[in-house]
Write a protein that binds this ligand. Structure first.
Ligand code: C5P
Length: 250
């Protein structure tokens, strides 16, 4: 079953910016060209709920992705998601690596306000070597994808709406969990584009062709000479990937 979202609705633009004024500039510029605005730690620490209200007030129905990547004891995460309920975020992220207690608390509280909880599996800035550094058992999880799948299983069992993973892993998520479990993929870069701190990167076409429902894009749009043109060109790639997937009956 194919998700009926339009190509542009599948773009989550990361508002990784230091102030409300800067964020508003990009919200006004990109509304109508992306489907969701992602508010992460930098912006939320700078201006808090005001930026979420700005997205809701200045756009006609763009979603808010509250990327707080909560990571704490279940009671604290539950409380944080309860506090966020007035913000009407479409998506809220929590880390998967503390196991089911945190995930279940998040999902139960998300159900109250209608926010979809996404489990962050393995950050797209991490490579195999970084996981070894972090003390992950390399004999059990030989590649980041093995750990992504393990954590996605926990997220699924806890009732999360989906996971955040790299576009390299979107295919296996869809294969194991089916079309309704969302694969949201950051670490998006054009061919040959500077990767910055990201390591497990793919192009917008590859991510969606592999099965991503949404792609998270920050710098490739924000740093483009013409951000609107960059977003529209990404939507074009998404459209091609969706057609090719359909053509192949994927
Ligand atoms: O600028 P760039 O496109 O790399 O931004 C990616 C965004 O996605 C950042 O806001 C980052 O916090 C977020 N993200 C990520 N990897 C994850 C989860 C979220 O890069 N696993």
């Amino acid at each position: 079953m194919m998700n009926p979202l339009s190509p542009k609705d599948r773009i989550i633009f990361a508002l990784d910016l230091p102030s409300l004024d800067e964020a508003v500039k990009y919200i006004d510029l990109l509304k109508g060209h992306v489907g969701v605005f992602k508010v992460g730690l930098e912006l939320f620490c700078a201006c808090g709920p005001a930026v979420v209200r700005a997205v809701n007030e200045r756009t006609s129905g763009a979603g808010v992705f509250l990327d707080m990547k909560f990571h704490d004891i279940p009671a604290t995460v539950r409380g944080a998601i309860r506090s966020a309920s007035t913000l009407k975020a479409r998506f809220i992220t929590v880390h998967c690596d503390e196991g089911r207690g945190l995930l279940k608390a998040a999902v139960e509280e998300g159900n109250v306000s209608g926010a979809k909880i996404l489990g962050v599996t393995v950050l797209t800035s991490l490579s195999r070597e970084d996981l070894v550094d972090a003390g992950i058992d390399a004999s059990r999880f030989r590649e980041p994808g093995d750990l992504v799948l393990h954590r996605a299983r926990l997220a699924r069992l806890a009732g999360c709406a989906g996971v955040v993973c790299s576009g390299l892993e979107a295919g296996m998520i869809k294969k194991e969990f089916g079309p309704d479990f969302l694969a949201v993929t950051p670490g998006i870069r054009g061919a040959g584009e500077d990767r910055g701190d990201q390591k497990r990167t793919v192009t917008p076409y590859e991510a969606v062709y592999n099965g991503a429902d949404y792609i998270v894009v920050g710098r490739p749009i924000r740093n483009a000479l013409d951000p609107v043109k960059a977003a529209d060109s990404i939507a074009g790639e998404i459209e091609r990937a969706l057609k090719d997937r359909e053509g192949k009956g994927v």
